[in-house]
Ligand binder design. Sequence first.
Ligand SMILES: [Zn+2]
Length: 135
Amino acid sequence: MTAPPRPRPSRARETRALLARRGDIELQFVQPRRRGRVHVVVPADPDLEPALVQWSDLSAVDQATCMLGLARRIVPTLCGFTATVYWDNSGRHEFVDTFDDLDLCQRCHDLLGREHEARAFEHPRPGGESDVADE
Ligand SMILES: [Zn+2]
């Protein structure tokens, strides 16, 4: 196992600023399909063009896959882990809505900062419990 890449320091700072500015943004989460930590997806700024992932942030495998033109989405996460999800949500990673709080990546949680960390828990849990008021 190789260590996860170090997150760009600006990624967490930009995300916290975006969440402070746009209270309507709902966080998205990705998880390795087989099992593993649930990571917080770096939210795109709805006021800007869709965010592009830095080529240098991609692994060699991801760069090769992109060059082959295989359709899938590279999903940056707060902690620096890069998930790859096919457009139909198949592949090695998947977007998840429902997960146990204990599976949340600690680094992603910490990088949200005190002001926004509660938003990482606004999701349904297995068994139907939810902190989301309008569900
Ligand atoms: Zn993470």
